[in-house]
Design a protein around this ligand. Structure first.
Ligand SMILES: Cc1ncc(COP(=O)(O)O)c(C=O)c1O
Length: 292
C-alpha cells in the first residue's frame, strides 16, 4: 500500500505523522471518505467542497490548491491500483506544542489513504438493517457542529460503543431536544407513501453527500422529499426507512428499537432508490485512469 503524506508517498509501515500533530492530540482536523466505483471518483466536487467548507469552519488553511489536492488523491488511488474502493483524505492542524493553541501549528498535515471497503455483509442489505435509538445524544451544534466533518468523532464512537453485544447494525442519534438526527456514520430517511422524510439540516446532522444524491434521484423519480423535525413517533409509524452514507451506501432499515418498520422487510420505495443509486454510482464520477 502507498500512502500520501505531505507530497511524498510511503509504504504503510513507514507512513507516520508526528505525536505532536494536533490532529492526534486534539482531534483538530478535517477529513473526507470518498468512494471509487469502476475506476471513477464518486461525487468528487461535492467531497472536495465539503472538505474545504469543514476546514473554513475551523479556520484551517489547506496548504494545497484544490487542483493539487485532487491530483494528490488521484495519484494515491492510481499507485494502489484501486478500481472499486474508498479514499480517506485527511487534513490536520499539523505539528504544534502540547498546548492546544492552533496558532502555534505552522503547517497543516495532509495525508491520503486508498483501500478497499466492505462495511456490512450482503445479507444485511437483503434482510435489512436493525437499528436502536442511542442513549448518547448527537453533539449539540452550538458546541461542536456535526456539519463540520472533523477528526473529533468521539460522539460517534460513544454511540457505536452502545451497540456492543446488541444484535443490531446501527445506532440512531436523537438531538438534545429529542428529534431524530442521524446514525453514527450515516444519514437517516423515513418513507410514507411516495414521500421521503429526512432530518432538517438545522438539527445538526452531517450534510451527507449520499443523502444529497438520494434526494436528487428521488426528485427525478417523482418522489416528494421533505426535510423536517421528526420524533421517534414518526419513525415507529413510518412505512419504510433507510440510511445513507459513502461507506454503507443505501441500506434498508427494517427494525428500530425491536419494532418492525412497516412490514419489517426492505420496502418497495427503498428498493427502487437502491437500484437507482447503484445505476447512478456506476455511471458517473471522475475517471482516475484516463477516459474509461
Ligand atoms: C456522522 C455521519 N453522518 C452521515 C454520514 C454520511 O455522509 P456521506 O454520505 O457524505 O458519506 C457520515 C459519513 O461520512 C457520517 O460520518
Amino acid at each position: 500500500m502507498q500512502i500520501y503524506i505531505d507530497g511524498e508517498f510511503y509504504k504503510e509501515e513507514d507512513a507516520k505523522v508526528s505525536v505532536f500533530d494536533h490532529g492526534l492530540l486534539y482531534g483538530d482536523g478535517v477529513f473526507e471518505g470518498i468512494r471509487i466505483y469502476s475506476g471513477r471518483v464518486f461525487e468528487l466536487d461535492a467531497h472536495i467542497d465539503r472538505l474545504y467548507a469543514s476546514a473554513l469552519a475551523l479556520a484551517l488553511d489547506i496548504p494545497l490548491s484544490r487542483t493539487d489536492l485532487i491530483e494528490a488523491m488521484m495519484e494515491t488511488i492510481r499507485r494502489n491500483e484501486i478500481l472499486d474502493g474508498y479514499v480517506r483524505l485527511v487534513v490536520t492542524r499539523g505539528k504544534g506544542d502540547l498546548g492546544l493553541n492552533p496558532n502555534k501549528c505552522p503547517k497543516p498535515t495532509i495525508f491520503c489513504i486508498a483501500d478497499g471497503i466492505t462495511l456490512y455483509p450482503k445479507e444485511v442489505y437483503e434482510r435489512g438493517f436493525k437499528v436502536v435509538t442511542l442513549a448518547t445524544r448527537r453533539n449539540d451544534p452550538q458546541a461542536i457542529n456535526p456539519r463540520i466533518k472533523s477528526l473529533n468523532y468521539l460522539n460517534n464512537v460513544l454511540g457505536a460503543l452502545e451497540l456492543r453485544g446488541c444484535d443490531v447494525n446501527e445506532g440512531l442519534f436523537l438531538t438534545t431536544s429529542g428529534y431524530v438526527c442521524e446514525c453514527t456514520a450515516d444519514n437517516f430517511f423515513l418513507v410514507k407513501g411516495r414521500k421521503l422524510m429526512t432530518p432538517h439540516p438545522a438539527l445538526g446532522a452531517l450534510g451527507g453527500i449520499t443523502r444529497a444524491t438520494v434526494m436528487r434521484l428521488a426528485d427525478s423519480m417523482g418522489l416528494q422529499v421533505e426535510e423536517g423535525f421528526y420524533t421517534l413517533y414518526d419513525v415507529y409509524n413510518a412505512e419504510e426507512a433507510f440510511l445513507t452514507g459513502t461507506a454503507a451506501e443505501v441500506g434498508p432499515v427494517v427494525e428500530v428499537d425491536k419494532r418492525p418498520i412497516g412490514a419489517g422487510v426492505p420496502g418497495p420505495v427503498t428498493k427502487e432508490i437502491i437500484a437507482r443509486f447503484h445505476e447512478f454510482a456506476l455511471s458517473t464520477g471522475i475517471p482516475i485512469y484516463g477516459t474509461p
